[in-house]
Design a protein around this ligand. Structure first.
Ligand code: ATP
Ligand code: MG
Length: 435
């Protein structure tokens, strides 16, 4: 993409209303703009990152055997009356009426909808187990929307729902999602701690929240230092023993931790850090299948209410969490896996025909090789171009200038470390086109 034809409203000033670094950088780097309290437009560069995060989430859901569908954002109030949650949900739910005075709402979550879709189609044990998911916008009228996309009112969530014949099946579905979550966050370069979560009045049996450790997190998390020793490789290939270890290792939110009278972790191994909740998984059994009358026939002719779980990931919140975990004084440092473009190509002298034809040629070759490239072909000062590239945080910068070209070299800069290297055009291209 040529920057001269793109829409990238980068700003130098630090926005006054932004308190945390990810929010500031998302505004400065031209990723988002607020259009109403807690509601954001995703600008082209931000949308590319959002799509990449979404795609990693999707791939790991698919790998775990979950099946994608798409449910609507707008739901009818009657659906929620079936489960009894319409009155219980409270003011976070955005309610409105259509022209026929029918009560509607903008979905904050989809347990009810998936339950009727499944209930009306599935009658036999042969059709279980199944896990279905979608990636869809949600609306929650949060009391205090803040920190940009971290706590928005409209936000993108992946929510999955599992249906099993019995508790043991539910446990297996839950563990498959647990592993998928570890892999998902690890692929984005995040260290996410699985925290045992309170299950609330529903009386469900099992729940974990996944917290990315960051100073600006909204929750305080206590955990066993041994969690820090789990390697990236272990997370990516989590087997039964890793799962057992991770689900058993101590990690609690502060308010839960306070209720613990005898701490099972020796004091010297107990750590406390702040965390951003990026995912939440929940095994709640027959709550919805019972209240909404969903039954399936068992192999011996009986009838049971399927056991369900629900599994959320804050897709848009993840973008903020990734920036909190990966930035420096000059801007964002995108992990390769979610970067909006891999390479930022800088033409240092757009007013110089030789430099421009060399840069154009490199751009063409990068495109041909399928390397996502943002090409700064504008007639601007070099300093401004560097600052823009640094703030938007693409993993590689390739700098083409007159002095280098005289020597037959271009400069390759790695954003994460700031290392610069002079290379021939051919070696630079070889480096950038290597997987
Ligand atoms: P929180 O305690 O942060 O309000 P929650 O418990 O209400 O989260 P869930 O209902 O479990 O959240 O939703 C699943 C995931 O959706 C959360 O783990 C979080 O990552 C994300 N999420 C929830 N609320 C918001 C929001 N207002 N803005 C952005 N992401 C959100
Ligand atoms: Mg909430």
């Amino acid at each position: 993409m040529r920057l001269s034809r793109y829409f990238l409203p980068v700003t130098k000033e630090t926005p006054a209303d932004a308190q945390i670094v990810s929010h500031k950088l998302m505004l400065r780097a031209g990723l988002i703009r607020q259009t109403a309290a807690g509601i954001y437009a995703w600008l082209p560069l931000g949308l590319r990152v959002l799509n990449r995060i979404e795609q990693i989430v999707r791939e790991e859901q698919d790998k775990a055997g979950a099946i994608e569908l798409l449910m609507p954002t707008v739901q009818s109030a009657d659906l929620w009356r079936e489960s009894g949650r319409y009155d219980a949900y409270g003011p976070e739910m955005l309610r409105f009426k259509d022209r026929h005075e029918r009560e509607m709402l903008y979905g904050p979550t989809n347990e009810e909808m998936i339950t009727i879709l499944f209930r009306d189609a599935v009658k036999s044990y042969r059709d279980l187990p199944r896990t279905l998911y979608h990636i869809q916008w949600k609306f929650r009228d949060e009391v205090r929307p803040r920190f940009g996309v971290m706590r928005g009112r409209e936000f993108l969530m992946k929510d999955a729902y599992s249906f099993d014949l019995d508790e043991e099946g539910l446990r297996r579905s839950y563990e498959a999602m647990f592993v998928a979550y570890l892999r998902t966050f690890a692929r984005m370069g995040l260290q996410a701690v699985p925290v045992r979560a309170p299950t609330g009045p529903i009386g469900g049996n099992l729940s974990h929240e996944f917290h990315v450790l960051a100073e600006t997190g909204e929750s305080a998390v206590y955990y066993d230092a041994a969690l820090e020793d789990v390697t990236h490789e272990e997370l990516l290939s989590a087997d039964a023993s890793t799962i057992a270890r991770l689900t058993d290792l101590y990690a609690m939110e502060a308010e839960e931790h306070e209720k613990v009278t005898e701490c099972p972790v020796p004091a010297d191994r107990l750590r406390t850090r702040r965390g951003i909740e990026v995912g939440h998984i929940f095994a709640f059994g027959t709550k919805y299948s019972a209240s909404m009358g969903m039954t399936v026939q068992t192999s011996d002719g009986g009838n049971v209410h399927p056991h369900m779980g629900s599994y959320g990931i804050g897709v848009s919140r993840l973008m903020g969490a990734i920036i909190e975990a990966s930035h420096d004084d000059n801007g964002i440092v995108w992990p390769e896996a979610v970067a909006p473009y891999r390479v930022g190509l800088i033409n240092m002298r757009a007013d110089d025909g030789n430099v421009t034809s060399a840069a154009d040629d490199i751009y063409g070759r990068l495109q041909q090789a399928g390397v996502d490239t943002l090409y700064d072909d504008r007639d601007e000062r070099g300093g401004a171009k560097f600052a823009t590239m640094d703030v938007i945080g693409l993993p590689w910068q390739l700098i083409v200038g007159p002095k280098g070209l005289e020597k037959g070299v271009v400069e390759l800069k790695r954003r994460a470390t700031g290392e610069r290297e002079e290379l021939s055009v051919e070696s630079a291209l070889a480096r950038l086109t290597a997987a």
